[in-house]
Design a protein around this ligand. Structure first.
Ligand SMILES: Cc1cc2nc3c(=O)[nH]c(=O)nc-3n(C[C@H](O)[C@H](O)[C@H](O)COP(=O)(O)O)c2cc1C
Length: 200
């Protein structure tokens, strides 16, 4: 499947086969593709909480408007952002770069984020949005359906997964074998409305 087809055929699927088990090799492939998603300064600030425990899935479902995707997906990921990945041994992120680049980038990373809570949070959300789409498109190519989700109680889910204080929950991505087609497309606004040439 090429990228355009994956983009055109990915839909938010609401019902998954609860009996389907994703082979470990598929999971490995999918997650390995996902972490090729770009992040600012290559800080790789996403954290993918793969929820395997059925009892925990049930509790998360209860905190997510009882949406069945939570329990029935073959792979269920709570996408979180590490707000402080930028200061966790950042030299790792540029270990392959020439020394001059490292010398320039490492202080730049520090001054971009240090003391700026909103910037850290925004970065987490940007990165998680990107990895979510990468996951969903890769899943499509591999024969899976998916559903991005933010219909849940963020604080309750954070508690259930023992979210560290310096992390945030961004969204869920549920991936599985769809057993019902997605709802008809809700309605697309015209390109001309959302594309702005030069200025608002
Ligand atoms: C951030 C985000 C959160 C969403 N949350 C939910 C959700 O909680 N439950 C759900 O069924 N669909 C959810 N959706 C799916 C959207 O309703 C869906 O993507 C949108 O209607 C467009 O349909 P399509 O993805 O099939 O093209 C969410 C989508 C996004 C991007």
């Amino acid at each position: 499947m090429n990228v355009s087809t994956a983009i055109e055929t990915r839909r938010a699927v609401k019902q998954f086969d609860p009996n389907h088990r994703m082979p470990a090799a598929d999971e490995q492939r999918l997650l390995s593709l996902a972490i090729l998603s770009p992040t600012a300064f290559n800080i790789q600030n996403w954290r993918l909480v793969v929820v395997r425990d059925p009892a925990l899935r049930q509790k998360i479902r209860a905190a997510a408007w009882d949406q069945t995707q939570v329990t029935d997906a073959s792979l269920f990921v709570v996408l979180c952002g590490d707000l402080r990945s930028w200061e966790r041994k950042p030299e790792r992120y540029w270990v392959n770069a020439p020394e001059a680049v490292q010398k320039f980038l490492l202080p730049a990373i520090d001054s971009y984020y240090r003391g700026k809570d909103q910037v850290m949070r925004d970065e987490a959300m940007r990165s998680c949005g990107m990895i979510a789409q990468t996951l969903m498109l890769a899943a499509k190519e591999m024969g899976y359906d998916s559903c991005p989700m933010d219909g849940f109680d963020f604080a309750a889910v954070g508690k259930l997964i023992n979210l560290p204080a310096d992390h945030v929950v961004a969204m869920f991505v549920a991936i599985g074998k769809g057993i019902k087609p997605a709802w008809p497309k809700g309605g697309q606004v015209p390109l001309a409305e959302v594309v702005i040439n030069d200025h608002f």
